[in-house]
Structure formats: C-alpha cells, structure tokens
Design a protein around this ligand. Structure first.
Ligand code: GLN
Length: 190
C-alpha cells in the first residue's frame, strides 16, 4: 500500500511521520512527474492520497500551476481514497476541487479562538483529541455526506464514500486512529 502526500506547502511532514509509524509506505507529490510516478508504481485498490493542512489558497494555485488539479480530481472521482485535513478539507469542497458535496467556512473560529485543542466524540472511533489551527468547519453538506464529529454544534469531520475530512489536525497528536480509519478505507475494509 502506498499513500501519496500532497507536499506543495503546509504540514505534510507530520502526516508522513504518522503514516510511517503505522508501517505505511508514503511518497511526496510536488509536481506532475511525482504524481505520474506514484500512479505507475502503485496498484489500484492499494493506494490513497492525503491533503494536509496549510494554506488552501496557495495549495490550490500551486496544484493548478503544476498541472495536478485535473489528474488528482479524476483519481478521487474514480474512487481513490482521500484524507483531507484542515486546508485539505477546504480543497475538496464545492468551491475548490468540487469533488465532495460540502461547503467549508474558512478561518471559522475568529481571531481570538484561532487555535485551540479539545476532545470530542468521533463516530465509530470514540473520543479523540482535536487540534484546530485557523480551522474551517463544514457549513453545508449534501445528502451523501455523513457528519462524523461536531465541536460546539459545528460539523468538523465527515465522510462521503472514499473521502474523509477533518477540520482539525490528527497528525499533531499521538492518536493514530483517524489515520488508521483512512488506511482501512484504502484497504476497503471500512
Ligand atoms: N486557514 C487555512 C486556510 O484557509 C487552513 C488552516 C490550516 O490548514 N491549519 O487554508
């Protein structure tokens, strides 16, 4: 199994560490050559893609400049499992890649509460620690989307088929269960 981590900008190294810790092979995607190599060196049904946190506007621009936008959209629409965290959640929404039927509210917690940690129930997993950094929440979700967690009444995690998103940063705690759920999706066990 191999996970491609979008490494254009942002918090990609921490995801790599967590996936390595779970014994998973990873590769960084910085340009179209990396992506083409990933597709040719991995098997369908044995691979997934991860969108980290960072700055969604910058990531969107670089994806377009590097010619990654269309091939990655096609792969996700073709059922490649994807985990999007924070800015990665924003990238998948209706206003960006438009592959997931959600609308993200960016920088949703205001300046005072820009960054905070909490612990809440995550459907199917239990209570998980959640680190928010200038995070979004999900303000609209279509009928195919299952909301998996709330903080203060706002949706902060969701799944739609092969797409799993969290507004928080699971890679910044030592709780590996969100990544494990994603790896189960890659193995089609979840
Ligand atoms: N505020 C960032 C954005 O809008 C997301 C922050 C994050 O990924 N930690 O892209």
């Amino acid at each position: 199994m191999k996970i491609a981590i979008l490494a254009l900008q942002g918090a990609f190294a921490e995801h790599e560490q967590m996936l390595k810790h779970l014994g998973t092979d990873t590769t960084f995607i910085r340009n179209l050559t990396d992506w083409t190599h990933f597709i040719s060196s991995s098997l369908e049904g044995m691979r997934g893609v991860l969108f980290p946190g960072g700055e969604s506007t910058a990531m969107m621009r670089i994806m377009k400049d590097e010619g990654l936008f269309n091939p990655i959209c096609e792969a996700i629409l073709g059922d490649m499992p994807v985990l999007g965290t924070c800015a990665g959640l924003i990238l998948l929404d209706r206003d960006h890649l438009d592959v997931m039927d959600i609308l993200a509210k960016r920088n949703a917690y205001g300046r005072q509460l820009g960054s905070f940690c909490t612990e809440e129930e995550f459907k199917g997993i239990g209570r998980v620690p959640m680190t928010f950094i200038r995070a979004p929440y999900i303000e609209e979700a279509g009928p195919e989307v299952e909301i998996l967690a709330h903080v203060d009444g706002k949706a902060v995690a969701a799944r739609q088929r092969n797409m799993l998103v969290t507004a928080f940063h699971p890679e910044l705690t030592d709780d590996t269960r969100i990544h494990e759920l994603f790896l189960k999706m890659v193995k089609a066990e979840a």
